[in-house]
Design a binder for this molecule. Structure first.
Ligand SMILES: Nc1nc2c(ncn2[C@@H]2O[C@H](COP(=O)(O)OP(=O)(O)OP(=O)(O)O)[C@@H](O)[C@H]2O)c(=O)[nH]1
Ligand SMILES: [Mg+2]
Length: 489
């Protein structure tokens, strides 16, 4: 990909900003922490629980600075970027604690600043500023578009939509596509219909039965202010990957809009937000993929590979020429671990490790330190063993959300129930090998699925040893230790 003048100007601008940041950094050490993950992965809950734990003092034995009493206090402070929405911490916390319901879906970028006063290990009084940026992981998966022509993107997107369960859900869009003539004249109505059917295909892929992860372009499913704009009114056409659009054709119109999406949406995100992050946590809802089946697990792995590509540093990629990411630590966290008995937590971690290792190898990843953890930012369950005949099953006890269904029973969202969601395999290869396929919702009846992880209502607060109410969690402290522990030394 040729580097053009605007990229160079961009880079100069970013370097200037980075230098400015560096100056400020000497006086006010700051970490800009990106929190990302695909839709419903648990970003909002993670940030809310993390901030609450820091501000109100959670039970965080593995987070050394807090556990040893070196953190004097943490407080919210006005954020540095005036044009970015603030992360609505107070409302999310109120939903979780007072209403005992999960916060609403957010699907846009937001930010929150936290100031941590602490004592260094040598006894000096210090301050660390933590800027937390919440953004959809779907936006990272748009990165490959920057180096692909419209024709290449069309060919790849179409090829993917003709595989596995995607073929079925793309049926209506494919039928429309078969009747489109790319060389015919510009046609707004044809573009609108194609974009609508293509978006419906993407949306259906996100349904819990399929739980597909790789569904770019990211803004098609979360358009925000861009809904209805030409930059979102395009779709792939069945055109040769090496072909060129005739002037004035439907094809040329689609190509123009695809390029507009790249310059109006994709580049500004990487330039203005991604390039400024220091550390990153990628939240992964592996349970949704286990529920859906092996195709979803493989799709998730491909999506993680795409995400890792964004963090690739050192090589002269399009991204490094444009933004040069400076991220030095990445944590992959499997969320919602409270949906399984602790005997499966290590297995969940092993599965995510394996996925990220393979993805990192394929993404030729080099650079930042990576860690993997299975956690629950808010633990909604307790553990129990249930006797069934002579067997004892490691189960979990919680209040399934109203409307959840298991074993023919529909839950009312009020009564506590013991659930045996299914054991994760001790050998993670089981989930990935072609012959060791397991059954999920994609294959048909929910009753035949090997795993069934239900949604639970949020828990009540716990009281810590010193009498403060805290949200229960699993390994949130380990995540904090990896993400900011070294900067509080
Ligand atoms: N039991 C349990 N459920 C969780 C946890 N974190 C998230 N969830 C569930 O996952 C859902 C999505 O969590 P969010 O934090 O809203 O996810 P998000 O990534 O911000 O989602 P979007 O804003 O839609 O992109 C919640 O509504 C809960 O049902 C957790 O720690 N434990
Ligand atoms: Mg959210």
């Amino acid at each position: 990909m040729a580097i053009n003048f605007s990229d160079i100007v961009e880079e100069a601008r970013i370097t200037a900003r980075a230098l400015g940041d560096y100056g400020a950094h000497l006086f006010h050490p700051t970490i800009r922490l990106g929190v990302t993950g695909l839709s419903r992965a648990g970003k909002t809950v993670f940030i809310t629980a993390l901030v609450h734990g820091l501000v109100r003092g959670g039970r965080f034995p593995v987070f050394e600075a807090l556990a040893t009493g070196r953190i004097a206090g943490a407080r919210l402070s006005p954020q540095p970027d005036d044009a970015v929405p603030r992360f609505d911490y107070e409302t999310h916390l109120h939903d979780l604690i007072a209403e005992r319901r999960w916060p609403d879906s957010t699907s846009r970028l937001s930010e929150l600043r936290l100031i941590i006063d602490y004592q260094s290990q040598s006894g000096r009084t210090r301050t660390l500023t933590l800027d937390i940026v919440d953004y959809p992981g779907e936006w990272l998966l748009d990165l490959p578009l920057l180096s692909k022509s419209y024709e290449e993107w069309s060919a790849e997107t179409l090829a993917l939509s003709r595989t596995g369960p995607r073929k079925e859900i793309a049926r209506e869009w494919h039928a429309h596509l078969a009747n489109l003539r790319p060389e015919s004249g510009e046609d707004e109505q044809a573009a609108l219909t194609a974009a609508r059917l293509f978006t419906e295909y993407l949306r259906a892929g996100r349904d819990e039965r399929f739980a597909m992860s790789l569904l770019p372009p990211g803004r098609f499913l979360m358009p925000g202010d861009l809904a209805g704009s030409p930059a979102l009114t395009f779709a792939p056409l069945d055109v040769p990957a090496e072909g060129r659009a005739p002037e004035g054709s439907l094809w040329a119109m689609m190509e123009r809009r695809y390029e507009a999406y790249k310059s109006a949406v994709v580049r500004p995100f990487f330039r203005d937000h991604f390039s400024l992050l220091d550390r990153q946590v990628v939240l992964v809802d592996a349970l949704a993929a286990f529920n859906a089946g092996p195709e979803a697990v493989r799709d998730l792995e491909r999506a993680l590979e795409g995400i890792l590509h964004c963090f690739r540093t050192g090589q002269r990629t399009f991204l490094s020429s444009m933004v040069r990411p400076r991220i030095d630590r990445i944590l992959f966290a499997a969320t919602k671990a409270d949906h399984m008995h602790h005997t499966s937590h290590d297995r969940l971690e092993a599965i995510l490790s394996r996925m990220t290792k393979r993805a990192a190898a394929r993404a030729q990843f080099s650079g930042a330190a990576i860690d993997v953890v299975a956690l629950a930012a808010v633990r909604a369950t307790r553990e129990a063993t249930v006797k069934r005949g002579r067997e004892t099953l490691p189960s979990i006890l919680g209040v399934p959300a109203a409307g959840e269904v298991a074993g023919g029973e529909t839950f009312d969202g009020k009564s506590e129930t013991a659930i045996f969601p299914g054991d994760l395999p001790a050998n993670p290869d089981m989930l990935f090998s072609e012959d060791g396929d397991f059954r999920g919702l994609t294959a048909g009846d929910a009753r035949d699925a090997d795993f069934r992880f239900l949604r639970f209502r949020p828990p009540s607060m716990e009281i810590t040893e010193d009498g403060t109410p805290a949200l229960p969690h699993i390994r949130l402290d380990r995540a904090l230790q990896f993400l900011i522990g070294d900067r509080l030394a």
